[in-house]
Design a protein around this ligand. Structure first.
Ligand code: GCW
Length: 734
């Protein structure tokens, strides 16, 4: 009876949570039999399309039924996902039992819930609560697959990995995988406002339909949780770091609870941003001074209240004293004073505080790239154990290329977590195809030389500063209400890749791209190869046509859509592109050596030395650290001026090459997604050319240099580009 009930519930859940793309339900005609059916991208990398008939028997033999050991919503979710995979890939629904099977079963459980799993003595000891083991075992002459873990959530992660094996057509016979995450907190930061506007969002509105919560839980929340769990994401900050105190009011907390309930079976905790002035704004206090006992008591009571409503609440994320946000600095207190006060409030409940180091001030004339380090490094060792300082990958702001942030490795007594931006604020929004894996890998594999050569940024993230100390990685989400979730088909890859890097910061971006392409687009190796190649070069293309050779922050004002290198009149110096490129008759680039801002002194000596000399600075960071003459000879033999032009041209050409490659995929992937990507690439090509032409027109006006033979003149004059006004471009902060 119970078995029947389980099967029926699962079936109902499958139907409810499985939005199917339109064309698949149409009767197939001879033409549609060979052309892949249209899709809209909703299914992400969890498409579970049918395995080809030749390979199917082998999978069907080992995945013929499900044996579940364990009884929890998480195990229910694991079984539902297995069913979904079996139905999609093998074309049939499986029997679920709680008895040991004879063979050909996928058996899931923990040593605590399953005598069988316990008897196998799998190497689970070192895998923690979230790791898993997947093993094939011979039973009665047939292969069965065991997916085991120390906890139910580990089982769910194992199930997703198992399904991925089939999705990427790996052999099941002899499968032997053990894996566990290297970082504890793997979290999305949603910059979502309570009115559903998403700051830097290019994928529609916020997913959180606050007005209908808690009464209505959109099934999309479940699919969102499934997608996150499939890549190991275990935390979600629901609200914008430019925070609104209202979210902490009781009437909002019940809405937060509703989301927490949907996410819980998938191992995802919710977190909120804490507006530092909340005690004044919603608490009726006169101050938010962190050292005022009434303020600390208010936060403590607020934390107690939140945990009464959401017992597994994760904690707070805070942006303080930056870009107009309130903070402890308003009371002449330090970041540690502020963070510790909040940390004390959540500590009794096991919560954490993620305190952002993205801090620069209007009153500080110092190089913006130096300010976070100057504020935070001296505070090393003064934070509570449950504080983790969240540091952007670079010292300025999510640019297409930045050297790694000098704080990594420089605060050995303070947990530091990485903040990447998945949403492409500075890399062409949703329409530019830019796979961020190579950028993240570049940052994570950078050698910090702290405390010695060979210690990479990834090492600093996944080595706890003391036993048990918190570790983590945050990604600013690119997710919204668009049917394809991320605003473009290819931006799904950035969500996916973020999860994979958060799970293992030593991951390789190419391998991630391959898995993603295989699961998202096609089984055909030629198509997968073409897609992986497009992705692999795509970020460098953006660097080339926007900010080559170490240039940064040349985007138009506010919305950051399109070029604005000429902008020099904004109130704060560091808001102006001209502040960053410093181009003049004599040359271009920001001198961050001793003769300039000396930002280099914030890096370990060997690096400061290497990057302090233009001759030993990688050319792709040259203008980040040096102001150099237009005539400087580059390794190519060209002058800097010519090299700059060559990069702009190369960027535009790379997009054209992507277009040509994509054209070849026509008919090899479904037409609907194909044509969306094709149209977006055309937009990207036009905008790459816009960037190139506007940048050349501007820098030529400054350098006074002629264009060498073979370099096309910009299509319009500089004034034409300056006159472009995109005030309604999406995502601007409000
Ligand atoms: O990159 C900048 C964005 C702001 C953002 C800020 C931050 C949420 O332009 O929109 O604010 O970074 O990271 O706090």
């Amino acid at each position: 009876m119970r078995l029947l009930f389980v099967v029926m519930t699962l079936f109902a859940a499958l139907i409810a949570a499985a939005p199917r793309t339109d064309a698949r339900s149409l009767p197939s005609s001879p033409q549609t039999a060979t052309i892949p059916a249209n899709e809209d991208g909703y299914d992400l990398w969890l498409r579970y399309r049918p395995v080809d008939p030749a390979s199917r028997p082998a999978y069907a033999a080992a995945f013929a039924s499900i044996v579940r050991h364990g009884n929890s919503p998480t195990i229910d979710a694991a079984v539902a996902e297995l069913q979904r995979g079996a139905l999609g890939m093998l074309g049939r629904e499986l029997q679920v039992s709680e008895e040991d099977a004879l063979g050909g079963a996928v058996i899931i459980g923990t040593p605590a819930t399953s005598r069988f799993v316990a008897s196998l003595k799998l190497p689970l000891a070192g895998l923690g609560a979230e790791g898993f083991a997947i093993r094939s075992v011979a039973m009665h002459g047939r292969v069965s697959i065991v997916i085991a873990a120390n906890s139910d959530i580990g089982v769910l992660y194992g199930v997703f990995r198992f399904l991925q094996q089939i999705q990427t057509r790996q052999k099941l016979n002899g499968i032997d995988i053990t894996d566990s995450p290297k970082l504890q907190v793997r979290i999305l930061n949603h910059w979502d406002n309570l009115d559903r506007y998403v700051e830097r969002g290019y994928a529609g509105q916020s997913l959180w339909d606050w007005q209908k919560l808690p009464g209505y839980k959109d099934p999309r929340y479940t699919d969102y949780a499934r997608a996150n769990a499939s890549i190991g994401i275990n935390g979600v900050v629901l609200t914008n770091v430019n925070a609104n105190a209202e979210i902490l009011k009781p009437e909002w907390l019940v809405k937060v609870r509703a989301l927490a309930e949907v996410f819980r079976p998938y191992g995802i905790r919710v977190y909120l941003t804490a507006r530092f002035s909340a005690p004044i704004e919603i608490g009726g206090l006169k101050t938010a001074d962190p050292l005022d006992p009434a303020v600390a008591a208010w936060w403590k009571a607020k934390a107690d209240e939140i945990y009464r409503v959401i017992p597994d609440f994760g904690g707070f994320l805070v942006k303080a004293n930056s870009e107009g946000q309130p903070g402890p600095g308003d009371y002449k207190r330090s970041h540690a004073d502020g963070a510790n006060m909040l940390a004390d409030a959540v500590a009794p409940h096991g919560g954490i505080v993620m305190w952002r180091a993205f801090v620069y001030s209007a009153e500080n004339a110092e190089d913006r790239a130096k300010q976070a380090y100057a504020d935070f490094q001296p505070l090393d060792g003064t934070f509570r154990d449950n504080v983790i300082v969240q540091v952007k990958n670079g010292a300025i702001d999510f640019q297409p290329r930045e050297p790694f942030h000098p704080l990594f490795g420089a605060m050995p007594r303070t947990p530091l977590m990485m903040e990447f931006q998945i949403t492409k604020e500075y890399l062409g929004f949703a329409t530019h195809l830019a796979y961020l894996g190579p950028m993240w890998e570049e940052v994570l594999q950078s050698d910090t030389f702290r405390p010695r050569e060979g210690v990479t940024v990834a090492d600093t993230l996944d080595t706890p500063v003391r036993p048990g100390a918190v570790t983590g990685m945050a990604g600013v989400a690119n997710i919204g209400t668009d049917r394809n979730w991320s605003g473009s088909q290819f931006d799904q890859a950035n969500w996916y890749a973020f999860g994979r890097f958060a799970w293992d910061p030593d991951s390789k971006s190419d391998a991630i791209a391959r898995d993603w392409a295989r699961m998202t687009w096609s089984d055909d190796p030629a198509t997968v190869g073409a897609i992986v190649a497009m992705m692999g070069g795509s970020r460098e293309a953006v660097v080339d046509y926007m900010t080559p050779l170490g240039l940064a922050h040349l985007m138009a004002t506010g919305h950051h859509y399109g070029p604005g290198p000429w902008v020099a009149n904004l109130a704060r110096p560091e808001w102006n592109p001209a502040y960053y490129h410093r181009a003049g008759k004599d040359g271009i680039g920001f001198d961050r050596t001793k003769t300039g801002s000396d930002a280099l002194s914030q890096y370990a000596d060997p690096l400061a030395k290497r990057w302090g000399n233009p001759e030993t600075t990688p050319e792709n960071l040259l203008l980040w650290f040096h102001h150099v003459p237009w005539d400087r000879k580059m390794t190519s033999g060209r002058t800097l001026w010519e090299e700059l032009l060559a990069h702009y041209d190369r960027g535009v050409a790379s997009v054209a090459a992507m277009q040509a490659r994509w054209e070849e995929q026509k008919g090899r992937v479904d037409h609907r997604r194909w044509s969306e990507v094709s149209d977006f690439l055309a937009i990207q090509h036009a905008e790459a050319k816009w960037w190139r032409d506007a940048s050349i027109a501007y820098f030529q006006s400054v350098s006074g240099r002629p264009l060498p033979a073979g370099v096309a003149a910009p299509e319009h004059d500089l004034d034409w580009y300056k006159a472009i006004d995109s005030k309604y471009a999406p995502g601007n902060g409000k």
